[in-house]
Design a protein. Structure first.
Length: 204
């Protein structure tokens, strides 16, 4: 007997992000437990059929998938009014049809890259304890807030009081991310970890 039970419909709404070029498309489905940041089309073609198809649209510049949302960064010469509906329809139908968001093995592949990067994290043995504190604060206090805005932040390196962080998703290239970084994140880290003098952003 055929299973006639229909899946509940996919609900989808958009949320502004602090970056005028990025828009968050939020669904009522878990898309990916983790963060998948596609700035380059090549990485998307290798790992994400969803991001690949979005990159086929001439106005898509970047795709970021995390939990139940997709943040799309557009080419600046397009207006959201002209393209938002297209993207919304596409994502909704794509998820509704149960298509593959990310290929198996993506998390492991990214973890391997991260581990390689981690091995090259620049900080001395003496700073290991400070770095641990910084990473914990970023993970517990900063990341959740940044994710609300459709972005992500990762620790990159620490040297002589200077913390380098990597901005992803809507945070990358966002005019207000510098302000957030300086007033919010830098202020908090300085208070909690007195050794920190400055926080500098790298665009991932």
């Amino acid at each position: 007997m055929e299973n006639t039970a229909t899946k509940s419909p996919v609900m989808l709404y958009t949320e502004q992000t602090p970056n005028p070029e990025s828009l968050k498309f939020v669904t009522n489905r878990m898309l990916y437990r983790g963060t998948a940041d596609f700035r380059e089309e090549a990485l998307a073609r290798e790992w994400s059929p969803l991001a690949s198809e979005l990159f086929d649209m001439p106005f898509v510049k970047g795709v970021y998938v995390s939990n139940n949302f997709v943040t799309v960064t557009k080419e600046f010469n397009y207006s959201w009014d002209d393209i938002k509906l297209n993207i919304k329809e596409f994502v909704k139908n794509y998820v509704q049809d149960g298509n593959v968001i990310l290929k198996e093995g993506f998390a492991d592949a990214m973890a391997a890259i991260e581990a390689e990067r981690g091995a090259s994290y620049q900080y001395s043995e003496d700073d290991a304890e400070i770095v641990q504190k910084i990473k914990e604060l970023i993970d517990t206090s900063v990341k959740p807030a940044v994710e609300m805005d459709g972005g992500n932040i990762e620790f990159s390196s620490y040297d002589k009081g200077i913390v380098n962080v990597l901005l992803q998703g809507s945070c990358s290239g966002c005019p207000s991310s510098t302000v957030t970084l300086k007033s919010g994140i830098e202020g908090m880290l300085k208070r909690m970890v007195p050794e920190v003098k400055e926080v500098v952003a790298e665009m991932g």
